[in-house]
Design a protein around this ligand. Structure first.
Ligand SMILES: C[S@@+](CC[C@H](N)C(=O)[O-])C[C@H]1O[C@@H](n2cnc3c(N)ncnc32)[C@H](O)[C@@H]1O
Length: 236
């Protein structure tokens, strides 16, 4: 379960931070809104008091949760890339949200400086793929979840077989050039293609969740399984 070099990952995201949102929306043709909406609809199934959004980046998942969850839960977004967190904080200000309603903190998903069993829900969107040690990251997520708490992982997956030729043509041939026009950084988006190809498929990731101590993994494939939402629970 070893992944990319963390200092390279950090440098990549720090470099594209100011154009990250624009690139996200354009390169996904706006479908990223639907993927996040699905995450929020699953999150809403149960009442949450404290929510942790890991690898929060520019905070879009944290803000979607703020809008979608009832009962005004405390929502903490964590990321190790300061320029991405700056984007999140600026966005919070533009949205007129109070600091306390969406807190953004700097930290490493592999060593969370957070107490055991303190969150009802942990989310991570397009972040797990970037962790240098997924097993360690998943253990940390389990540690900070309350017994009975849930983990939602939104991540790229392996698309259905018939769709792969179209998808890989776009991912490897077209997307890096479009990304270069938008962000000026073609290499960052070549990394995206490689990291997606190296990431486990739905069945394999479900098995990793179980190995890391989560129970009842359930997968929701989206957009021909280009993306999958994994839902799992920490036993009571
Ligand atoms: C693709 S972005 C996803 C951002 C956001 N969740 C979204 O859905 O748009 C990945 C984020 O993971 C962060 N990241 C990667 N490894 C990390 C780690 N070990 N600890 C904290 N953040 C990490 C990066 O800084 C980056 O902001």
């Amino acid at each position: 379960m070893t992944g990319p070099d963390p200092s390279a990952v950090k440098a990549t995201f720090c470099n594209v931070a100011s154009r990250y949102d624009l690139a996200n929306h354009l390169l996904s043709c706006g479908i990223d809104f639907l993927w996040r909406r699905k995450l929020v609809s699953l999150a809403r199934k149960e009442t949450c008091v404290r929510v942790l959004d890991l690898a929060t980046g520019s905070g879009d998942v944290a803000f979607a949760l703020r809008e979608g969850l009832s009962g005004s839960p405390e929502i903490v977004g964590l990321d190790f890339c300061p320029p991405m967190l700056d984007q999140a904080r600026e966005k919070r200000e533009r949205m007129g949200l109070a600091k306390e309603s969406n807190e953004f903190i700097e930290g490493d998903c592999l060593e969370l400086a957070l107490e055991d069993e303190t969150f009802d829900l942990v989310t991570i969107a397009f972040g797990l793929r970037n962790l240098s040690d997924r097993a360690k990251g998943l253990r940390e997520m389990r540690r900070v979840l309350k017994p009975g708490g849930r983990l939602l992982v939104l991540e790229f997956s392996q698309p259905y077989l018939w769709f792969r030729p179209f998808y890989y043509l776009y991912l490897r041939g077209i997307l890096p050039w479009m990304a270069r026009l938008i962000t000026g950084d073609r290499k960052a988006y070549l990394y995206l293609g490689t990291s997606i190809s190296n990431f486990p498929n739905r069945k394999e990731l479900s098995a990793e969740l179980v190995e890391s101590g989560f129970s009842s993994p359930h997968v929701h494939p989206m957009t021909f399984s280009v993306v999958a939402l994994h839902e799992a629970r920490k036993e009571t």
